[in-house]
Design a protein around this ligand. Structure first.
Ligand code: IMP
Ligand code: MG
Length: 198
């Protein structure tokens, strides 16, 4: 798997440092609040696991799995595939994402949780790709910015693979070619199934 990586953008050590910093800041900001950290599956998985262990507060953990159909409108139509099993009414919610790109997912989920009565909804993302933005969206906590390149690892996938890389990197062109046919089929299938993005 590691042979498919062209370059490492964020090393394991850098990720550790980033998460320590985020955890410290979140601990400070949410002191005395009723914090629920909600991870967006599947990409949040390693990030969420490491982040919550750097937050020194009593908190709740929950997960959402979403899919989105981006029609002609850039807002997309985000559907819940797996819902929370607790109420967010009156609680302070922190959504944990692997990467914010267009901003469509996070904007929709934020609206939904506010509609459900959350007292506050903020976003923590390991990676921010501001060049990909299609709508105004400013995550409150950002690990680090990445250039407008497709990245994999530490939760982020290409064709459902590479999520288990311990760092964030960029694939060699050959890795895309190798998976080209399979990917094409999957993408077509995804489009038929409302463009699943999780
Ligand atoms: P958006 O902000 O609604 O465009 O969607 C963000 C989601 O798109 C993330 O949760 C990822 O699943 C996916 N995504 C965006 N950029 C990348 C990337 O560079 N690599 C892998 N997945 C990505
Ligand atoms: Mg994701």
């Amino acid at each position: 798997m590691k042979n498919d990586i062209l370059k490492v953008l964020i090393s394991e050590d850098e990720i550790k440092e980033i998460i320590k910093r985020l955890g410290k800041q979140i601990t400070k900001d949410y002191m005395g609040k009723d914090l629920v950290v909600i991870g967006l599956l599947k990409g949040c998985n390693p990030f969420m696991a490491d982040l919550i262990r750097q937050i020194d507060l009593k908190l709740d953990v929950d997960y959402l799995a979403v899919s989105s159909y981006a029609g002609t409108s850039s807002t997309g139509d985000v559907k819940i595939r797996l819902d929370l099993n607790q109420s967010v009414l009156g609680r302070d919610v922190l959504i944990a994402e692997d990467i914010v790109d267009t901003g469509a997912t996070i904007t929709t989920i934020k609206k939904l949780l506010l509609h459900r009565g959350a007292k506050s909804v903020k976003i923590v993302t390991l990676l921010d790709k501001p060049a990909g933005r299609l709508m105004e969206c400013y995550p409150e906590y950002i690990g680090t910015e990445v250039p407008n390149e497709f990245v994999v690892g530490y939760g982020l996938d290409f064709n459902e693979k590479y999520r288990n890389l311990p760092y964030v990197g960029v694939l060699k062109p050959a890795a895309y070619e190798k998976w080209g046919e399979l990917c094409k089929n999957k993408i077509n299938h995804k489009h038929q199934k409302e463009n699943l993005i999780f």
